[in-house]
Design a binder for this molecule. Structure first.
Ligand SMILES: Cc1cc2nc3c(=O)[nH]c(=O)nc-3n(C[C@H](O)[C@H](O)[C@H](O)COP(=O)(O)OP(=O)(O)OC[C@H]3O[C@@H](n4cnc5c(N)ncnc54)[C@H](O)[C@@H]3O)c2cc1C
Ligand code: SF4
Ligand code: SF4
Ligand code: SF4
Length: 396
């Protein structure tokens, strides 16, 4: 044996193989796009294949008939302060309060002191608050999986929240172990961007503001939930959600230039979920439940299993809820993986050869000349003249 996976698209970086290896032959190594992949020390490997067998991402897709469709709800937390601090309607806080209130432990993605995104463990509401909010960066799971296994063995209840590939990886890692105390909650997932480009983005903002970034909201609600506003706060007390540079990270995110390669082959873009509950933004609610949408955030909640149903019923008293349907909550990430940008390979070549400023100017449209050209193009388009001008310039 010489590898756990053949191509980057086969590995979502869940760490299950690393932790299952009986001789600790696997370490997670960062590649030149900033993503972690398992790497085997051939001198230690005893070729037992446990790492291959545990890999949920490479298992054949089930050919069995689909499991029952989930129950679908639109959800708003009853406490407006919770909703304001959450990305959508605050469902994660309700679920985590439930588990914390029963003496359990909650795992989720947080910013560390350098604004790296890491999975952390919380045993109190104050610790849990760090897990709130979407971070559009692949999180470092570190030793979460064996820690969860130990907590479950000791009889503690655990809520694990993460991307669907992380919850599927954890479920595979725990196969054969008593999972009665584990509640799995995944998100509807667009894809996770590169930690390397995230670091470049922060460094670029810190340079231009001459101050260290100490807090970041990937989706600040200052102008409502329907928009997508990034907000960075610096050590000197200033914050920025206005400059073009402060809003550029989401351009690269939505352009699909820096998502993990596996995200373009994601197995978890349907109503067949591996978690007890799925939480997401209820996009499109302004069309299907317009009177419920106040632009302060509504969670889409899919209840996938009886255990998920019991947890949902236990928190329902804290929530405003509306029943919905799989048809009315459909969004692209419940139908197919995010498609890779045609320029993805070129983006990374340019980044390595010419640096972050160059790709920012050329792929997030930040250079003044590009902005001018784009504005001129839009102006001509609205006058119906763009095709004519392109023809005259020989580009039509
Ligand atoms: C990378 C990413 C892509 C997403 N894509 C979509 C999408 O396409 N469509 C959609 O409807 N919703 C998407 N979401 C989910 C959505 O943004 C909200 O996280 C979700 O609606 C929960 O909001 P909340 O108000 O209940 O909880 P919040 O308090 O906002 O809780 C956020 C939860 O997400 C988890 N989380 C945050 N960042 C990460 C991360 N980097 N990796 C793993 N888990 C994380 C936390 O552990 C926490 O449990 C995405 C989230 C992330 C992190
Ligand atoms: S997806 Fe997880 S288990 Fe599979 S190779 Fe990657 S890190 Fe290992
Ligand atoms: S084959 Fe077995 S020993 Fe070798 S890396 Fe995989 S799990 Fe470890
Ligand atoms: S898109 Fe799929 S592979 Fe990528 S992080 Fe999300 S769940 Fe994992």
């Amino acid at each position: 044996m010489n590898a756990v996976f053949d191509r980057p698209g086969d590995c979502c970086g869940c760490t299950a193989c690393r932790h299952v290896c009986p001789v600790q032959a696997i370490t997670m190594k960062v590649d030149d796009e900033g993503f972690q992949y398992p790497d085997i020390d051939q001198g230690l490997c005893i070729d037992c294949r446990a790492c291959k067998e545990v890999c949920a991402f490479q298992r054949p897709r089930p050919s069995a008939p689909p499991s029952p469709q989930p129950s679908v709800f639109a959800v708003q937390h009853g406490d407006e302060a919770v909703r304001a601090a959450s990305t959508s309607g605050g469902m994660f806080t309700a679920l985590s309060d439930l588990v914390l209130g029963r003496g359990g432990v909650v795992f989720g993605a947080a910013f560390d002191q350098h604004l790296n995104v890491v999975h952390l463990e919380a045993a109190t509401p104050a610790e849990r608050d760090r897990l709130r909010g979407s971070k559009y960066v692949q999180s470092d799971l570190s030793d979460s999986f064996p820690r969860i296994a130990a907590l479950l063995k000791s009889g503690r209840e655990v809520l694990f929240s993460g991307t669907p590939c992380q919850t599927a990886g954890l479920a595979a890692f725990l196969e054969g172990q008593d999972r009665a105390g584990l509640l799995l909650c995944d998100i509807v997932c667009h894809g996770t961007p590169s930690p390397l480009i995230w670091r470049e983005h922060l460094t670029n903002l810190e340079r231009s503001h001459r101050s260290r970034a100490v807090a970041y909201q990937c989706r600040a609600k200052d102008r409502g939930w329907h928009g997508h506003l990034e907000k960075v706060t610096f050590e000197d007390g200033r914050s920025d959600c206005r400059s073009r540079a402060s809003q550029s990270y989401k351009d690269l995110f939505y352009a699909h230039l820096m998502l993990r390669p596996a995200c373009h082959e994601c197995r978890y873009t349907s109503f067949q979920r591996t978690s007890d509950l799925t939480i997401a933004d209820f996009w499109g609610i302004e069309r299907t439940l317009a009177d419920f949408d106040d632009n302060r955030g509504t969670s889409l909640v899919l209840v996938n299993t009886p255990k998920g149903q019991a947890a949902f019923e236990a928190v329902q008293g804290q929530l405003r809820t509306r029943v919905s349907t799989t048809k009315d909550c459909l969004q692209p990430q419940l139908q197919h993986p995010s498609r890779p940008a045609p320029l993805r390979a070129r983006f990374w070549q340019d980044y390595h050869a010419r640096g972050y400023r160059f790709v920012l100017d050329h792929y997030a449209g930040l250079s003044p000349m590009r902005r001018l050209r784009r504005a001129a193009g839009l102006g001509l388009q609205s006058l119906g003249l763009l095709k004519l001008v392109k023809k005259l310039l020989g580009r039509g």
